[in-house]
Design a protein around this ligand. Sequence first.
Ligand SMILES: [Zn+2]
Length: 475
Amino acid sequence: MENADANKFFASYLKKNAVEALTISRMQELIEYFMESAARLCVSKCIDGRVHGSKGKGRPPKSVTFFRGEGNIVDVGPRNAAFWDRLYKVILDAKMNTPGTPALYIALGHKSHSGRGCAKHESQDEVALATVMMQAHRLRQQTNPDELYVIHGMTETDYMSECYHFPDGKKTVIDTAKIIEGLKNTIRNPDDVFQEGFLSQPISDPKIAKWIDGKTAGDLLDGRKGYAMFNSLQYGIAMETLLMRSIAGIAASKGKVNKVIHPELFKIVWGKLNNIKGLPEGLRGSLLYQIIFNIAYSLYKRKQIPNMSQEERVKELDHGEELICFGDGFELLSRNSAILAKIGRGDNTEALRTAQNVWKHRFGETKTPKIHMNIEVPGKITSWNSFTSYVLNKLETMRAEVIEVFGTNVHIMATYSYEDRKMFLPVQTLIYGRQSIDEKRVFPMNIVEGMQSHEYTESNLVLRERDYAAAICAA
Ligand SMILES: [Zn+2]
């Protein structure tokens, strides 16, 4: 029964992923359009599921590079090659595609007013903040601000507001919760963040209009219509693109032409950004967008949470994770749905042990952990050799690490995904080792079922992936 339930859980989880992955594949052109105006962004965070994802910053899937560690303790020293490989990739992307604008790095801790703060720091917000401040400081010592601009801050996980600390000598802080508090008589709802004309006018940009079914920005921000912008992946990406491009336009006019943001709010945020000494000009538009978006998102959360049932609210504010995700490529998962154990820090079993502690904290000793291992492939797989160099060998190592930490009493699923597509493709590990997980506890799907080594060609794999996507979406 328990095994059947776990498999059912994995199947519906895969279906949700496949539907969303197909949506972002279809919207690839729009995501690129968003990126034309956006600074490249890296974010380091805690592994806590409540701070998962890029929603609170208004970034479409795939547009943020994440780093994770318990309590956001990340080794940024020169010997952590996995960290630097990933960071240099983003800096190189900025050099090539946003010349003159450095990549932005934000080190974030987290806190909560209603429930638990960061478990790693025993809910001591000052320690969580000091940790990210130190990380930002160490990174600045090793990088050039014209290539990588580093800030730190905190996410407040009840309403997802964010607070950013800038390295300008004046210790400038921009805290969206404080801005909301200061304007509480004028800005109460997400749509109050924007101007009436912007909300009501038809969206004329054809690249964006084709995704919004004739709706206006006001419709997509309307609570009576379900805050569609925050609850639909498609409308969300369309609105993010509209806002990013409109707000980048404001920054390009040096703040002179603003037909989008509530004037009083704009004055406050733009004034603060302009006063930050040494802030690269090219980052102003992206930061203005991110801050304005976060204010609208946090106002949405303030409306949504009081309307939840007691049970929903506990899950929203406290840990609500249903499985442990081990590896990379989990950006499409919704916030607070998974405990994340990231690879590439040298010792993966340490990340798994922390994930195990969070699981025990949430479920006690009784519930068998559900573990999803995923390998993200940056390029293509064209042969059996590349499949066993980039996918299967890594999944085998991860399987052994899982057994090392959890023993064999786990429900497990192995998948890989392509960096640009985000669809989990289930496979089976093949090695038994000294100790193996009972096959009844292994999710049984396998997209390469029955393939011989010479059949691992790119075109065969694409066909298998397509068949899988069609089957899982129809299930
Ligand atoms: Zn934490």
